[in-house]
Design a protein around this ligand. Sequence first.
Ligand code: ADP
Length: 477
Amino acid sequence: MLKAPKNLCFINGAWRASSSGTTFPVINPATDERIAEVPALSQADVLGAIDAAHAAFGQWGALPARERASLLRTIGDLLLSRREEVGELITREQGKPLAESLGEVSYAAAYLHWFSEEAVRVCGDIIPSDAPGKRIFVLKQPLGVAAAITPWNFPVAMLARKMGAALAAGCTFIAKPAPETPLSALLLGELCEAAKLPPGVMNIITGDAPMIGAALMSSPLVRKVSFTGSTEVGKLLIEQSAATVKKLTLELGGNAPFIVLEDADLDRALAGAMFGKYRNAGQTCICVNRFIVHESVAAHFTEMLAAKTRSLVVGNGLERGTDVGPLINDEARDKVARLIASAEREGARVVAGGAAPAAPSRFITPTVLSGVTSSMDIWREEIFGPVSTVTPFRSDAEAVSLSNDTSYGLAAYLYSRDLSRALSLAEQLDFGMVGINDTAISAVQAPFGGIKQSGFGREGSKYGIDDYLALKYLSVA
Ligand code: ADP
C-alpha cells in the first residue's frame, strides 16, 4: 500500500474526521478494491470550515502579494517533489494511465507556479476625470472566501487551477473534491501544511455533495464559487447562487466537434484525434465528441482512425503499456453502452470496437462509429468515453453549422493546411476554445472556458485571477 494521505479533512490547519463519525469509501475503478474511507462531514463541520476560511481572510488578503506568491510557489514545488506518489494515487482512485497521472501532477503544479507569478501583478488603474482636480483610482481587491467544487477527471489539476487563482488573489479557499477522487485532493492539504500556509486559508472538505453544495451556496460568507462538472449541477448552482448573489465561474459539459477539411494533413489530424479523443478514456470535457469530416476524405480518415483505435491497449492504468483505463464508475459505463447501442439502432455502423462490457467491468473497448447523424442521441449528448463518431460534410458552411449544432460551447478543433481558411472558420465556431491543427489546447497561459451551456468565466492565464477579484473605485475630489 502506498503512503496514503491522512484520509481526513483539512480544516483550519488541522486534520478532522466527521463530527458524526461517518465515512464513505473510495473505490479503485480498475479493480473495485476499496482503497480508503474518508469523512462524510456533517453540515456543522462544513459551516465550521466556512467560518475558518472567513476568519483567515482578513490577514491573508492583507498579506503582501509577494508573500502569498512565495507560499504558492512552495506548494507547487512540494507537489512536484511528490510527483510519483501523487501520480500513483490519481491512477488508483481515478483509473487513468500512470503516464497521464504524472502529466496531470506537472500540469497542476504549473498552475500553482503560474498564479504565484500572477499574484504580484494585480494592478489597478488611475483614470483621468472630467471634473478638474478630481481623481479616479481603481483598486482590485480579493472577494473573500472562495469555494471550489471539483470533478473526478482531473482531481489535482482542476483543484490547483482554482486554488492557485484564489490564493494569489488573496481569497481564502474551501475545496470540495469529487467523492470518487478525494485522496489526491486531500494530499494537497499535506502540502499546504508542510508549506506552513496559515490555518484556514486552505480547507478541504468531503462528504455529501448536495448538502455541502447547499451549505456553501447559502452562506453569505462565501463570496465566490468555482465549479467544474456537469451542466445539470451547474444550473442548480446558478439557481442556488441567487439567494446570496454569489460570483460564479462555471466550467460545464462540452460536445467538441473536430472538423477535418479536405486539405488537412491526415496524419497530423489522426495524431491529434487520438490524443483529443482517447486521453483519460475520453473522460475530459474537451474530448472530441464528433468527428466532422469532408466527404472526399471521410472514408479514408475513418479507416485510419479505426486502425489506430484498434491498436489501443485497454487495462489497469498502473500496468505499463496501458493506453486506456476503466471508466470512473458503473453509471459512466452504462451511459456509454447506452449511447453506442442507440446509435447502432439508429443506423450508425461500428467500424472498430463496439462491444460494451457487461457489468461489473468498466473497461470499454475503444470504438469508432461511422454514419452518425445529427438526429442521434450520441450527437447531442456528451459521450465521456472512448467512442469516436464520424459524420461527413460537403461545404465549409455545413461544417460550421454541424459543429455549432449543440447547446454546448467549450472546445472545437479544426484541421486544414490553409491557415486563412481555418481562421475564418474558427471565427464562426461558437466555442470558447478552438484548436487549429492542435488538440493539446490546455495550457496554464491560456484562458480555459466556454460559452453557451458550457458555462462562463475563465481559468488559468492572465484573466483567471479576475474571477476572484472585485473592482473598487475611489473618487477623490
Ligand atoms: P459527474 O456527473 O461527472 O460526476 P457532477 O457535476 O455530478 O459530474 O460532479 C462534479 C462535482 O459536483 C463533484 O464534486 C460532485 O460531488 C459535485 N456535485 C454533485 N451534485 C452536487 C450538488 N447537488 N451540489 C453541489 N455539488 C454537487
